[in-house]
Design a protein around this ligand. Structure first.
Ligand SMILES: [Zn+2]
Length: 332
């Protein structure tokens, strides 16, 4: 709930109290029983830590959290790489001139915009100390929500260190899965999507057609002509799947198409399993029953289908996201 796993909370409690793991777990169980099981184990562990005077959040304020665990209201740190600098802007604070600078950072879990209000921090951006590719260690940033996006705001209470010792590289999540300039995937309602838009949609597979196959190049998937790819002499022809399905996001329905490995991802099966249905179409029935009704995020482009005179969704990615978080956002 606060971004810490149960085991991490237990070890923090043990560090500060010398209690054995069994004792801590027993006390957590007792706490839960007392609250009639209304709190999770993590929740009970947090309550216990508070009672014992153990500040379990201290380390994540300093060492930081994965970006996808940031929640508005937290006062935490992150360790991430700068992927994009925005402008430093001047504004009036009372009758004083003030500056605000911001940049986008990423780690292997997500992207988040960092907004700096302290002139000492902004100076690091102006001097070039903070630039694209710089690894930054932020301590004590305030996580806020702005227009539905998560941001981390830094004030004089925060600390930002560039290229911290002992950290050589930070892997950054692929931006193709994220809405540009934001810390998270932006979900678009199908009813708001126009032809030509690249969008991510969260929807239910309400209809699924048997996959079709064509002879395509093993390198690029292009249809082969007389057994050869026009672009890849070394490519061998293989069965390339095309999957059509109908997606409904609660606002609108749309016909969707996925090729190759995207088709496997839509179905949640291995490429080789999908390819086996080329020779064994009956085998698909079982997969179909499992997949109908599943909900996922689909990213791709809204095209116009001339033949059907309607919009069609060309799926280019099925990003793995924690859909419970998306659901929570729809509910709130
Ligand atoms: Zn090819």
């Amino acid at each position: 709930m606060m971004g810490l796993e149960l085991n991490e909370i237990i070890s923090k409690i043990r560090e500060k109290t010398q209690l054995s793991e069994e004792e801590v777990r027993l006390q957590i169980t007792k706490k839960r029983d007392k609250l009639s099981g209304l709190v999770s184990e993590e929740g009970a562990a947090h309550i216990l830590a508070n009672e014992l005077g153990v500040d379990v959040m201290e380390s994540i304020r300093k060492q930081g959290l994965k970006i996808n665990k940031l929640k508005p209201g937290m006062r935490v740190g992150v360790l991430a790489k700068v992927v994009k600098l925005y402008e430093v802007r001047s504004f009036k604070r009372g009758d004083q001139d003030a500056k605000v600078g911001s940049f986008l950072v990423g780690d292997d879990s997500g992207l988040v915009r960092i907004v700096m209000w302290d002139e000492n921090h902004v100076a690091k951006m102006e001097s070039g100390e903070i630039k694209e590719g710089t690894i930054v260690k932020v301590e004590n940033g305030a996580v806020r929500e702005n227009n539905g996006y998560t941001e981390m705001h830094l004030g004089s209470y925060s600390n930002i260190e560039t290229n911290p010792e002992g950290v050589d590289e930070i892997n950054v999540i692929e931006k193709g899965n994220m809405a540009a300039g934001t810390g998270e995937l932006k979900i678009t309602k199908l009813s708001d999507a126009s032809i030509g838009d690249n969008v991510s949609v969260y929807g239910t597979i309400v209809q699924l057609y048997d996959p079709r196959f064509y002879e395509g190049c093993s390198e690029c998937g292009k249809k082969v002509v007389e057994g050869k790819c026009p672009n890849h002499a070394e490519g061998t022809p293989k069965k390339i799947p095309i999957l059509n399905f109908f997606l409904d996001d609660g606002h609108e329905g749309i016909r969707a198409t996925a090729f190759r490995e995207q088709a496997s991802k839509v179905l949640g099966i291995e490429d080789s399993v999908l390819e086996s249905f080329a020779d064994n179409p009956e085998g698909f029935e079982e997969v179909k029953q499992q997949v109908l009704g599943t909900q996922k995020v689909f990213s791709g482009r809204i095209n116009s289908n001339e033949m059907y005179k309607q919009k069609e969704f060309m799926v280019s990615n099925v990003p793995e996201v924690d859909t419970s978080e998306i659901l929570a956002k729809f509910i709130n």
